[in-house]
Write a protein that binds this ligand. Structure first.
Ligand SMILES: *Cc1c(COP(=O)(O)O)cnc(C)c1O
Length: 387
């Protein structure tokens, strides 16, 4: 089936009430027919629901759809994107193991790798996004995972999935891709050889800024390993949030197309503005990894970053002048959002440290929403004007 069909029609079975839209199964546990049914379910001799920390129909529907969209065998859902990353690493790694990661990762992922996992003697090495030889050289005998984000946040750097997957195969380590910025509508890392895909469903999967959620997609073998860990540590996604996220998926193909159309148009307009130093967007020809982005991404996605002339001061002034854009710590929403990393998420770093992860003082990250394109551009244009 096409992605649009899967996102809409992969519903769980109708109940005796023949509802057309899937109902919400708010239940913490499930009834057994008799003692034998109960025994067989616990012995895993038959499939079925026991307890909602393990499984729930709404969660299952979300996973069925996401597996179909990402072309994975199986999946697991968690309460947030970070819970997905923690559950994956926690279930596959032991003390003494090692991770190789691209340098620019989501802030909390960075904390996990540098502050939390070292407590359990799980260490990591950062590599600049396009140093393919260095990824290979950094893989040690105890390395189990290579972790990347592409496009990266907020730098929008692109990593060649096919090339890195070949290196990981050769070295027998798992390639894990945080596919949050692209979603499976735009990019399917498993088709390029990745072993695991992670999502913060909080972003485009929900798409309307309502819930948190996380999803892990991989082979049945890896999901089985992960299940044993997740069942007993309890990072479960709530049925209510799963229901919202599954409903959201019905419009994901349409939303991603419009997000990308709007973002490309804004990126092109920004390129011609005299108060803008440079613009970065995966599907702009001026992007230094444009060819790779074209190969692995159907569209360019909804995030645009640009450098405003005048550094830190003008970056802050730009945010203050915006009238419609939201200033908020989220992305992938129907509403357009602007952030200025140097004065917010990365303000504790020195300018040199910021430069290392590709964050200059005038860098603005825009999450382009689904409002009228003319209104989005008008707001940006008036905020860019001096004085
Ligand atoms: C937001 C985000 C996360 C974390 O997801 P939460 O749902 O906030 O826990 C991880 N990776 C990327 C790229 C993100 O943008």
């Amino acid at each position: 089936m096409g992605q649009e069909t899967d996102a809409i029609r992969l519903q769980i079975e109708r109940s005796q009430y023949k509802e057309h839209s899937v109902p919400l199964y708010l239940t913490s546990s499930y009834a057994f027919d008799d003692a034998e049914d109960m025994r067989a379910l616990f012995a895993e001799e038959k499939e079925g629901n026991i307890y909602s920390r393990y499984s729930n129909p709404n969660v299952q529907e979300l996973l069925n759809k996401m597996s179909a969209l990402e072309k994975s065998e199986a999946g697991w859902a968690t309460a947030s994107g970070m819970a997905a990353i923690f559950t994956l690493f926690g279930s596959l790694l032991s003390a003494g193991d090692h991770i190789v990661s691209c340098r620019s990762v989501f802030g909390s992922t960075h904390r996990l790798l540098t502050e939390i996992f070292p407590k359990w003697n799980i260490t990591s090495t950062y590599v600049d996004f396009d140093q393919y030889d260095l990824y290979e050289q950094s893989i040690q005998p105890n390395t189990k995972i290579v972790f990347i984000e592409t496009p990266s946040n907020p730098g929008l750097d692109i990593i060649d999935l096919e090339r890195l997957a070949a290196i990981c195969k050769k070295k027998n380590v798992l390639l894990v891709v945080d596919n949050c910025f692209a979603t499976p509508i735009i990019q399917r890392p498993i088709e390029f050889g990745a072993d695991v895909v992670i999502h913060s469903a909080t972003k485009y999967i929900d798409g309307q800024g309502r819930t948190l959620g996380g999803i892990i997609l991989s082979s049945q073998e890896i999901i089985n390993k992960l299940e044993a860990f997740a069942r007993h540590t309890g990072p479960s996604l709530s049925p209510f949030n799963a229901w919202i996220l599954s409903k959201s998926l019905e419009l994901l193909p349409l939303r991603m197309e419009r997000h990308s159309q709007n973002a490309l148009a804004i990126a092109q307009k920004l390129q011609g503005n005299t108060n803008v130093e440079w613009v970065k967007y995966p599907h702009l020809e001026s992007h230094s990894q444009f060819e790779i982005a074209k190969k692995q991404m159907k569209w360019g996605g909804g995030i645009v970053s640009f450098e405003i002339k005048g550094g830190l001061e003008n970056g802050r002034a730009f945010l203050d002048k915006l009238k419609m854009f939201s200033l908020t710590a989220n992305l992938g929403d129907t509403r357009s959002i602007a952030t200025h990393p140097a004065s917010t998420t990365h303000s504790k770093l020195t300018p040199e440290q910021r430069a290392e992860v590709g964050i200059s003082d005038g860098l603005i990250r825009l999450s382009i929403g689904l409002e009228s394109l003319e209104d989005i551009w008008q707001d940006i244009e008036q905020a860019l004007k001096n004085g």
